[in-house]
Each structure stands twice: as structure tokens, then as C-alpha cells.
Design a protein around this ligand. Sequence first.
Ligand SMILES: C[S@@+](CC[C@H](N)C(=O)[O-])C[C@H]1O[C@@H](n2cnc3c(N)ncnc32)[C@H](O)[C@@H]1O
Length: 382
Amino acid sequence: MLSRGSQINVTIEKMAIGGAGIARHEGMVLFIPLAAPADELTVEITLKKKNFAEAKIVKILKPGPSRRTPPCPVALVCGGCNWQQITEEEQRSQKQQLVLETIQKFNRGVEFEYLPIKASPRSLRYRNRIQPKFKNGNFGFFARNSHAIVDIKDCPITEEDLTAKFPEVRAFAEQKRSQDLLKLEMYIAEEGDIRYGLITDDDDGVGFSQVNRFQNEDLVATALEWAGDYSYKNVFDLYAGSGNFTFPLAAKYSIATIHGVELNPKLVERAKSRIGNKPIKYFLSDVENYMKKAVIGREDLVVLDPPRAGASEEIMKKLAQTPPRKIIYISCHPVSLARDLNWLFAWAQKLGKSFKLSRVQTFEMFPQTDHVETIAELVVDS
Ligand SMILES: C[S@@+](CC[C@H](N)C(=O)[O-])C[C@H]1O[C@@H](n2cnc3c(N)ncnc32)[C@H](O)[C@@H]1O
């Protein structure tokens, strides 16, 4: 019987959402952080539950073919990246498989075209917004599963323009002469300049922006291409942020009215400052509240790009009740995407409507981590 502290030998089958490697031992599923596919390992049980256990690597008996030395010297202790020990090609292959399995698990029998994952133009030096910490002279990110700070001079996944400012930001934090943990934010602004500051209880930072601008271009272009050439009457951009999709949608569908819906006032303000005389209406609102009153018709397009928690059953129900012509769902968490699709199909069936999941594609937006972006196209069968 396995218990905490037991040591066993296992082989990693594949990677899991959350980033750990999966192995099996006497019917028990084990989650092992920092593993790589096909690794043969001696591991020690760190947590034992009824149906699964967690374990840490004690010894690598035989590395899997995709195991490599991480490009970052602190990758195995820093909590920032969890897949640096795996080659980029294998990271993509794992993500491709994980998204497929997750959608299928929640939506048995639903068929769709599944396109190959799009690699990121950059696997390193792609992040344009980071939130380092500072305490007791240490500047960096939290260690894995800890609030200790891993002191860094560089971060290889972050754009050079930001890492070049590390000494300046470290000095800025030192000058605060605080014993408390300081949370910082650094980012490349849309205007191109580098900005940084403290995140406090009163100021939660700049708000959401796509962190990989190199891959974001392709994501936006794909969303527009999949939305097609139809003359939509209304385009709803739900979870619109500061307009990453809203403005390109407005440029493509120039005769449509574009409705952007976003909860963060800073992002709404930033978007509104760019609207000028374009036919864009921007709403500071929770999407679920907005959808209660939204009038959506068969000549409309809905784009939704929710946070990791996904949308909600109410939102998917509303989309099933009054279906638009097409839905483009952009997701940063496969489980919430798969669950939301399931709600949409279930409600559509109850209401006598029919949706087709036409195509799905994953985008490598966050190399060196288990995170993945997915785009899905849903068409209403007429
Ligand atoms: C994944 S981001 C996408 C933003 C934008 N589409 C982009 O590409 O930059 C999700 C956005 O949803 C916003 N958000 C989170 N919960 C929300 C809610 N309940 N209602 C409206 N917006 C919400 C967040 O502030 C964030 O801007």
C-alpha cells in the first residue's frame, strides 16, 4: 500500500493539465511535477488521496526522449515555468493531445475538425508583462509551491526590453525600504515604452493583456478568418479586454455594430479612448448580466474570450436560446472550454436547436508552461 514517503519506480505516460506528469501504480494515478513523457523515475509519495497521489522525483533512472536541460538555470525551483525540462516540440505535442482529450471527455460523440497546433514565433523572450516580487533583497518570482522568492538577474521567457530594466526595478523596490512582500508589475505598453510599478490593495495593476504579442497576431488573424466574410449586423465581443479583438473586428465588419463587454474599468477606459467615431459600443459589465438583456439574432457574430474560469451555464444557455450565426470561442483553459461547449450542446438539444463544432485549433501562446490557448468555431445549423 502506498503512503506518504513511499518510494516506487514509475514510467511517465503523458503530461496532465496543471503541468505534472502522469504515471500509474497498482491502479493509482500519480501526478509528478517536473517529469517528462516516458521518463523512468524513482519517486516519493508526497500526498495520498483515495483515487490519486502526488509524488516528487527522487531519481531519474532513464530520461524520456524529450527530456532536456532547461534553458533557464532556476527553472526547476522557480514557480514560473513548469515545462522547461521538455523540448518545445514535445510541449506542443502534449498540448495538442490534452486539448483533444479534454474536449472529447466532456463532449462524447461530438465530431470536429482538429487542426495542428500553431507554434509560437518565439519559445523564449516572448512575455511582455510579468509580476515579479521583492522581499529581503530578493527580486524574482515565488519558488514552486512556496512564497520564498527565487532571486533572478534574468528571465529567459521575458522580452529583453523588460529584463534589461531588472536592475532599475530592483533598485525601485529597495528604495521602498519595506520589510513586507512587494508585488510588482512590469510591462511593455501598447505605446512601446516600458512601465512598472507596485501592485497594492488599491491598485491591482494594468489589467489583462495578451502576454505573447508575437503569437497574438496570428490568434487575432485566425479569429477574423474563421469569423468569415459574412455581413454581420451585430458583432458581440464578450470579455473584450481593451479591444484586442474588438478593433480588428470593427475594421473587418465595417457595417456591423460592434459591442465590446468587459468588467475591468481600466480596460474599458483604455478601449473607449481609442473608439473615436467607429461604430463600437463598449460596456463596463459582467458578461452574464449583459447577456440577460442582450438581443442576439441570426445575423450576428459572437466572439468570446473568457478568463481561465470560462463563461457560465447561463451564458451558454442564452447563446443556445437565441443563437447567433456563428460563435468564435477563444479559451485559455481546455477544461472550462470543454465544459462550456457541453453546456451549449446540452441546452441546444433541450431547446431543439443544433450547433456544429466546425473546427478547433490550439495555439502555443505560453511556451515552457502547460498553459495553452484554443480557438473553436461553432456554427448554428439552420
Ligand atoms: C482572457 S482575457 C481576454 C481579453 C481580450 N479579449 C484580449 O484578447 O485581450 C479575459 C477578459 O475578461 C475580463 N473578465 C473577467 N471576468 C469577466 C466577467 N465576468 N465579465 C466581463 N469581463 C470579464 C477580464 O478582465 C479580461 O480582460
